[in-house]
Write a protein that binds this ligand. Structure first.
Ligand code: SAM
Length: 237
């Protein structure tokens, strides 16, 4: 094994997940492929096996504890990069319908390669989230939309919430965030038909603080959102 099986199992248990042997092996393959591929394409600064387990895999598995996702639900990961949290969610989830969006195709080439190695299926889409949010096949189509470490909450909300079904949830995963970012983000939620559902601060295995903010979509988003990137960054909600 490349990663410590014991550490992975322990970290996953901290988020209420019992991983089967097959799932543990898949995470081991993921870590190996990530480190190998990272030598030719810059995907992550985290390459030490224990760090991969704690900061990437277990951090992604926190999604299960706080989101409430259930068997067969659809979930989109916006700005998946090297696959976080979307690929761990696909590996450990119960028959989830997973879509992985990113604006940078060379990162998605890694994801396509990885999914072949893992023998798993997901929709891998090279697109900017704000473009996907205008397309009928993606707009208001997902039970859950998540993103980790992609943008400030009010900008991220405009990227992600148009993709969420009414009654679905937007799950923002970040390191610790300022009160100002939170307040602005929650104000953006209200312009996008979304209520604050939960705001959780927790620690990962090494003690680092993390923040998950969850919005519940109450009504459809106005057709004026998402705007294009120029407008989003010049005049964030
Ligand atoms: N979520 C991964 C993680 O936690 O390791 C990657 C985080 S990386 C800092 C941000 C990623 O978001 C990059 O891969 C970038 O290409 C992607 N991204 C940024 N803005 C985006 C947008 N508007 N639509 C789609 N992808 C975007």
């Amino acid at each position: 094994m490349f990663i410590s099986e014991e550490l992975l199992i322990k970290c996953a248990e901290e988020f209420g997940m019992n991983l089967s042997d097959d799932v543990v092996l898949k995470f081991d393959t993921y870590a190996k492929e990530l480190v190998n591929y990272n030598e030719k394409v810059n995907l992550t600064a985290i390459t030490e096996p224990d760090d991969i387990v704690i900061k990437h895999f277990a951090d992604s598995l926190a999604f299960f504890k706080y989101s409430g996702i259930g068997k067969g639900d659809s979930v989109a990961d916006v700005g998946t990069g090297a696959g976080f949290p979307g690929v761990p969610v696909l590996i450990a989830g119960d028959n989830l319908d997973v879509t992985l969006f990113d604006a940078v195709n060379k990162k998605l080439d890694f994801i396509r390669h990885l999914l072949k190695e893992l023998d798993l299926k997901a929709n891998v889409v090279h697109i900017r989230a704000e473009d996907a949010g205008k397309m009928p096949e993606y707009r208001e189509k997902f039970d859950y939309v998540t993103a980790r470490a992609v943008a400030q909450l009010r900008i991220l909300s405009e990227f992600c919430i148009p993709l969420v079904k009414v009654d679905g949830k937007f799950v923002s995963m970040k390191g610790s965030i300022s009160e100002e970012e939170k307040t602005n983000g929650i104000s953006a939620f209200s312009k996008l038909g979304t209520e604050l559902y939960d705001d959780i601060i927790y620690n990962i295995h090494n003690g680092d603080e993390r923040n998950i903010i969850i919005g519940k979509k109450i009504s459809q988003v106005s057709s004026k959102y998402p705007r294009n990137m120029g407008q989003i960054s010049k005049k964030p909600l």
